[in-house]
Every structure is written in C-alpha cells, then in structure tokens.
Design a binder for this molecule. Structure first.
Ligand SMILES: [Zn+2]
Length: 138
C-alpha cells in the first residue's frame, strides 16, 4: 500500500480536473398545464421563462400565434390560453421555440440571450459567443 500525504492527494486531485470549466447544461423543465374549463393554464410558465432567460410575453405570443389562439398572462405571470391544448402539443410548440430562439445554432448551448438590434433580433450565445440573427414569429 502506498501512503500519500494530504498535499500529494490534493495535487493529484487538481491535476485531474479539466483546466477549462465544463459548462453545466441548463435544465429546461417541460410546461405544466392545468385545464380550467375551456382554458389552459401553464402553471410553471413564469419559472420556465426565467430559466431560458426570455420575456414571457414573447414566448406566449409565439405559442398563441402557432396555435391560432388567444391568451394572456395572469397576475402571477403564468400563461392562460383561451383554448384547450394538451401538455404534449404545447410542449412540442415550446420545443420549436427553444430550437429557433434559445438554442445556439453554433454550439447547441441554451445559455443564450435574445435582443433586438434595430430591425432584427439577435440571438447571442453566452457559451461560445456566436451571434445569429433570427426572424421573429410572434
Ligand atoms: Zn454557442
């Protein structure tokens, strides 16, 4: 048995760590829905929008436009859609939004920001620094 002192152990440990910090992928929870008669409420909408760093109004407008429905944000900042839509269908639309307006086309990271630059919208990646112009559909 080889005996190592504390210092040596530490050194071994650090030498195994990658020099560049490994990016922790963000976890985007699926949208949770609740049906209230003819309406659909997205219960975790505010939270999910915070996770993806997007204005809830933009996300909602995109979803509503995609399904041809009306809706609004309630006092808690959660989405109320004036139509019944299943959790699966809603999440499919939401995934499309993520693909178009959140995911970096260069490195695939979801740590990005979306801002308006003049007449165009720019998707800027916080992981690799790439910028891409996107066409708004909301
Ligand atoms: Zn990137």
């Amino acid at each position: 048995m080889i005996k190592l002192d504390y210092e040596e152990l530490l050194e071994r440990l650090y030498s195994r760590l990658p020099s560049k910090r490994v990016e922790v992928p963000i976890e985007i929870p699926p949208l949770e829905v609740e049906f209230i008669s003819t309406h659909t409420k997205v219960k975790n909408f505010k939270h999910v929008c915070e996770v993806i760093n997007r204005d809830p109004r933009i996300v909602l407008r995109y979803l509503l436009k995609s399904m041809g429905a009306k809706g609004s944000l309630d006092s808690d900042g959660n989405a109320v859609i004036h139509q019944n839509i299943s959790r699966t269908s809603l999440n499919k639309l939401f995934e499309k939004f993520l693909e178009l307006y959140v995911r970096c086309p260069t490195c695939g990271s979801y740590q990005t920001e979306l801002r308006k630059g003049g007449k165009v919208w720019v998707l800027k990646c916080l992981a690799c620094g790439a910028e891409a112009t996107v066409k708004p559909a909301w």
